[in-house]
Ligand binder design. Structure first.
Ligand code: NDP
Length: 219
């Protein structure tokens, strides 16, 4: 693979709430979920050295987030699913059927090592960290975490789980331990990176308002 880059994907309220009672605080954001599926599945336009498009992108998640996905929807289709748990003490299987099972690893570092040697994942595949809070926190400690695709949920929801970095609208800079400096990118940058024309401005579904944003870490 090319030097691996991690893109965190998260939907968060203005105070970075992301979860409640082991599930999402909101329901019925179908278009938001469809955006997540499209963006994480869509392969990069870059070709590999052999001139082929990569086989799949990867989504990395914590065990609790995996548990929160209804069994009939997991593994998430069309993506290599990697699940992190302290109970995964065996080395991950080298060959798996990505359409029917997930790769089981014991840490985020192991997930990265697996991807660096995997044939399912090609050089230019995109690697997404899709939660929850514990795994986002581990990812943000790594220099590989370059980008956050944030769905900013404008409506208020009670939450018990929070994204561990405050991406602030006011100062356009993030605050937090080891946060580095994060800046919000333009709509054009978001479109280019995702490979689609992302709906612009405030969206509304099921009486919940939200906005698609992209943030990047500044060197
Ligand atoms: P996580 O999904 O981050 O999973 C936590 C589990 O991951 C731990 O219990 C442990 O599994 C494993 N783990 C964590 N750190 C390590 C480590 N260093 N080494 C090995 N294994 C580790 O759980 P959270 O509770 O933080 O987040 C879940 C919540 O977030 C839910 O409410 C979910 O709905 C929400 N969520 C929201 C998203 C959004 O975009 N709004 C996206 C994703 C989730 P084990 O206990 O098996 O050892």
């Amino acid at each position: 693979m090319l030097p691996l880059e991690l893109t965190l994907v998260v939907a968060a309220t203005r105070n970075m709430g992301i979860g409640r009672n082991g599930t999402l605080p909101w329901t019925g954001l179908k278009k938001e979920m469809a955006y997540f599926a499209r963006v994480t599945k869509r392969l990069p336009s870059v070709l590999n050295r052999d001139g082929n498009t990569p086989a799949m992108n990867a989504v990395i998640m914590g065990r609790k987030t995996w548990d929160s996905i209804p069994p009939k929807f997991r593994p998430l289709k069309g993506r290599l699913n990697i699940v992190i748990s302290r109970s995964h003490t065996e080395p991950p299987a080298k060959q798996i059927n990505a359409e029917t099972e997930a790769v089981k690893v014991g840490s985020l570092e192991q997930a990265i090592q697996y991807l660096e040697s995997s044939s399912t994942i090609a050089q230019s595949s995109k690697v997404f960290v899709i939660g929850g809070a514990q795994i986002y926190a581990s990812a943000l400690q790594l220099k590989e975490a370059r980008r956050v695709l944030l769905t900013r949920v404008m409506s208020d929801f009670e939450c018990d789980t929070f994204f561990p970095l405050q991406l602030s609208e006011d100062s356009s800079e993030a605050k937090g331990d080891n946060a580095g400096r994060w800046v919000r990118k333009s709509k054009e940058d978001l479109d280019q990176w995702t490979g689609e024309t992302v709906p612009e401005g405030i969206q509304e579904e099921n009486q919940t308002q939200y906005e698609f944003q992209m943030w990047e870490r500044v060197e």
